[in-house]
Design a protein around this ligand. Sequence first.
Ligand SMILES: Cc1cc2nc3c(=O)[nH]c(=O)nc-3n(C[C@H](O)[C@H](O)[C@H](O)COP(=O)(O)O)c2cc1C
Length: 188
Amino acid sequence: MKKSIGKTASVFPMPVLMIATYDENGKVDVMNAAWGMNCEMDRLTLCLSSGHKTAKNLRLNKACTVALADQAHLKEADYFGMVSGNKTPDKFERTGLHTVKSEKVNAPIIEEFPIVMECELLEEVETEHLHCFVVKVLDTLAEESVLKEDGKPCMHKAGAVLFNQFRMTYMTAGQHAGNAWSEGKALL
Ligand SMILES: Cc1cc2nc3c(=O)[nH]c(=O)nc-3n(C[C@H](O)[C@H](O)[C@H](O)COP(=O)(O)O)c2cc1C
């Protein structure tokens, strides 16, 4: 028997996205975002509070990079969600992480996270019930060490982490559970 557990938006898993931008002086800022998702083959929606330093930088440069946080840098990933570049100008420097400039967009790539998307801003959408940024993925870069023989990333090798909104915890990806567009064939 099911029991009500409240009005929690319960889609699971949520991602742990590292959104990296430059400010007007070329200073790096990074924030942690769980309210982000693929919405087309080459697009993401990022639901960011309008006052975040990241939101301001995105409007300014029309660009960001979006990396998948990994277990090895969980401390830094969580910190990026606790401190704002609005109040702490050296937010990024305090982590000791490193960046290089993207070749495709005016945004930094954090060297330590193994998978990163280089994105340009398509639009900021504001309706009565939604505020989000829609970005287009121009390219995705992955460390060779996290790729399988077929050239596609392995989430275990990447150490990718997920956000559990029920418990405010981070989790690692689970085991392979089946093949999409394949398991259902048994019922065709
Ligand atoms: C796990 C986690 C997930 C978060 N997800 C979001 C999110 O999806 N959207 C958002 O606006 N803020 C989110 N935050 C809060 C921002 O990361 C935080 O306010 C950050 O300080 C903003 O940084 P900035 O002002 O330097 O851009 C999240 C924080 C954590 C710890």
